[in-house]
Structures are given as C-alpha cells and as structure tokens.
Design a protein around this ligand. Structure first.
Ligand code: GRF
Length: 195
C-alpha cells in the first residue's frame, strides 16, 4: 500500500477529493495532510476524514525558504510517504527539496500546461480569448509548473465567463483528474489520463 502525503495551503478541495478516492482496492492511502498555513480550512477537513493533519507556518522564516523547508521536512519524513501530492499548495519549493522527492511528487495546476504556468491562469485564458481551458497534473521538477505531464482535463470557455465561473468549472474537473492520475501513478502506471 503506497503512503501519500498531501500538501495544502487553503481549503483543500483537491485534498478532499484525493483522500476520498483512496479506498477499497486503491493502491494508496493518505497518511498526512500538511499545510504552510495553520489557519488552512483543509486541516479540519482532513481530520474529519480521519487523516493526520499538521501545519508548519512559513511566515516566521521570511525569505529563508531552506529554513522553512527544513522544518516542513520533519512531519513529512515522520510520515514516510512514498508519494507527495501538492494540492493547492502555494509555496514555491527549492530545487533541493524537489530533488529529494523527484519522481514521486505530483502537482495539479489550473491550466493546460505548457500554457499559463504560474498564477492567474484563468484570467490569462480569458484575456487571450481561448476557447478551452483546463487543468494539468504533472510531476514536480525544479522548474515551476514544467515537469512531465501525467494527465489533463479540458473545459470549454463559455460566453460571459468570468474568472470565477471558469475557475469553478476547472476545479470540478480537477477533483476528477487528480484522483484518476494518482490511482494510476500509485500503481506504477504512467499512461496519460485525459478527461
Ligand atoms: C485550485 O485552483 C487549484 O487548481 C490550485 O489551487 C487552487 C485551490 O485548490 N492548485 P484547493 O481547493 O485548495 O485544492
């Protein structure tokens, strides 16, 4: 059974979808939910789902990312995860941290990578007049939002869409895509998932 740690920063809706998917004959189970924000709503949601939850506040460390990550690493190593899932985790990780988990750390990004790495993805898709938008699950590498793609889900951009309506449509697909990719990834299957 693969052990999965999930890193969050906020409400953790993707985390909930992932935790709820890991049941029955699924080859993985969530062993830790970890946030950089002690006030993240996802921490209580994780505990309600019976998953250990912890927070390492990044703010006391200021710009010293390495010091924050040295602290973050403690609960991660204690949980001994086989796989790390970044799910709404809003801190950029250093290459040293990423290299430590290279090949077994996933992230979900709210765009059809390689389009729109970084932030404000929905606003950028709307501004560009794109007919489609979506989300991508990829392996995390030191280059932000640029690792090998494991799955993508597409949604139409509809007339009158706002950033909020498009984000909601994409988020609903994220909650299906990420669990589908994780199930295959945990089973050692690297076949791409397209939804
Ligand atoms: C979502 O837009 C997701 O694409 C991105 O973080 C945002 C919040 O996700 N990764 P969640 O609801 O905290 O899972």
């Amino acid at each position: 059974m693969k052990r999965v740690a999930i890193l969050i920063s906020g409400g953790g809706s993707n985390m909930v979808a992932l935790v709820e998917s890991m049941t029955g004959d699924h080859p993985a189970r969530a062993v830790l939910v970890l946030s950089n924000d002690p006030a993240a709503g996802g921490l209580a949601r994780a505990r309600d789902l019976g998953v250990a939850a912890a927070a390492v506040d990044h703010r006391p460390f200021g710009a010293d990312r390495a010091a924050f990550e040295a602290e973050l690493l403690k609960p991660v190593l204690a949980a001994a995860p086989d796989i790390l899932c970044l799910a709404g985790f809003m801190r950029v990780l250093t290459p040293a941290f990423v290299e430590r988990f290279r090949g077994r750390m996933l992230n979900i990004h709210p765009s059809l990578l390689p389009k729109y790495p970084g932030l404000h993805t929905h606003a950028r898709a709307l501004a560009a007049g794109d007919a489609e938008a979506g989300c991508t699950v990829h392996e995390v590498t030191p280059d932000l939002d640029a690792g090998p793609i494991l799955g993508q889900a597409r949604v139409p951009v509809l007339p009158g869409d706002t950033e909020a309506t498009l984000a909601a449509r994409v988020l609903a697909k994220e909650h299906r895509l990420y669990p589908a990719v994780l199930r295959r990834f945990a089973a050692g299957d690297r076949a791409l998932v397209f939804l």
